[in-house]
Write a protein that binds this ligand. Structure first.
Ligand SMILES: C[S@@+](CC[C@H](N)C(=O)[O-])C[C@H]1O[C@@H](n2cnc3c(N)ncnc32)[C@H](O)[C@@H]1O
Length: 261
C-alpha cells in the first residue's frame, strides 16, 4: 500500500530531504509547551521520523530525569537516530522500530504521546488511537499535530491548480484531510477534554518547496498528472520565490486530549 510503503522504503534523495525538512526549529517551541513536560515525565513520540524533535524533548528532560521512547515504521530513520543519540551521549532516549503501529510498551506506562504528521498515513485511525489510549497513564495526554491537504495555500498556483495538485497526490495518504477529523476521532475513541488550535505560518522564502517536491514525486509515480505539467508547476514556484510572488501556507492542527482517570 503506497501510503505505508513509501515510508518503509525511502530512497536516499528523499531521506536527505526529510533530514532537512524535519530539523528542530525554534518555531516548534509551541509543541514543547503543549507537552507540559514535568519531572520524571515519560514521552512517547510515535512516528518520530529522523528523530530531531524526540531528541530535543530528551535533551530538555535530561535535567528532569524524564525519558523518551521514539518509534517509527522506517528502520533507517531508527538506525540513524539511534546512532546520533549515542554520539550525543543522550541516555534517556530509546528508539524502536514498529512494523504494525503497535507500541512496544506496557499498558498505562507513558505520560505523554506525541504524534506529529503521522496519522494521515496510518491504515486504521481508530486502532492507532486505541493503542495510544492503552499506553497512556490515566490523566496523561496525547498531542497530535497534523496538516489537512484540503486546507493549503500555494501561490502563484491559485486554488484550482493547488486543489488539482493535491488531488493528484492523494493516494500518498490514507487520510489526506486528517486535520479536520482528529477532534471527532479522539472523542470517538474515548479520550476526554479534546482541544483544537490551528497554527499557520507563511513561507515566503521557498523553505516549503521540499514538501511540494515530495508530492510531485508521488504524482509522477501515480501518473495522475502529465510530467511536463508537474515540472512547469515546480519551476513556477522557483521563479515566484525570486520575484516575490511565492506564498505557501500549510496550517497545522494541534489537537490534544486526556485519558480519563
Ligand atoms: C511526515 S513524517 C513526520 C516525522 C516526525 N514526526 C516529525 O514531524 O519530524 C511521518 C513519519 O511517520 C512514519 N509513519 C508512517 N506510517 C507509520 C505507521 N503506521 N507507524 C509508525 N510510523 C509511521 C514515517 O515513517 C515517518 O517517519
Amino acid at each position: 500500500v503506497f501510503f505505508s510503503d513509501h515510508w518503509r522504503n525511502i530512497e536516499p534523495e528523499r531521506l536527505s530531504r526529510y533530514e532537512e525538512i524535519f530539523q528542530f526549529r525554534p518555531d516548534q517551541e509551541p509543541i514543547l509547551d503543549g507537552l507540559e513536560l514535568f519531572s520524571g515525565c515519560h514521552v512517547l513520540d510515535f512516528g518520530c521520523g529522523p528523530g530531531f524533535l524526540a531528541e530535543e524533548i530528551a535533551e530538555r528532560l535530561t535535567a528532569l530525569q524524564g525519558s523518551v521512547t521514539a518509534v517509527d515504521l522506517n528502520k533507517e530513520f531508527i538506525a540513524r537516530a539511534t546512532q546520533r543519540a549515542a554520539d550525543l551521549k543522550l541516555e534517556n532516549i530509546h528508539y524502536q522500530h514498529t512494523a504494525d503501529g503497535m507500541v512496544p510498551l506496557p499498558d498505562n506506562s507513558v505520560d505523554r504521546v506525541l504524534c506529529k504528521n503521522v496519522l494521515e498515513y496510518v491504515p486504521q485511525l481508530q486502532t492507532q488511537l486505541a493503542e495510544y489510549l492503552r499506553v497512556i497513564k490515566p490523566g496523561g495526554r496525547v498531542l497530535i499535530i497534523d496538516s489537512d491537504w484540503g486546507f493549503v495555500l500555494v501561490e502563484p498556483w491559485g486554488k484550482s491548480v493547488t486543489d488539482a495538485f493535491f488531488d493528484a497526490a492523494g493516494a500518498a495518504f490514507k487520510e489526506p484531510m486528517i486535520g479536520r477529523r482528529l477532534s471527532g476521532a479522539l472523542a470517538e475513541s474515548g479520550f476526554t477534554d479534546v482541544r483544537v488550535s490551528i497554527s499557520a505560518g507563511a513561507d515566503l522564502t521557498g523553505r516549503g518547496i521540499g514538501v511540494l517536491k515530495n508530492m510531485a514525486s508521488y504524482i509522477l509515480q501515480f501518473g495522475t498528472m502529465p510530467e511536463d505539467r508537474v515540472t512547469a508547476l515546480l519551476s513556477d514556484l522557483e521563479a515566484a520565490v525570486a520575484d516575490g510572488q511565492y506564498l505557501f501556507v500549510l496550517p497545522q492542527f494541534y489537537v490534544s486530549a486526556i485519558k480519563a482517570r
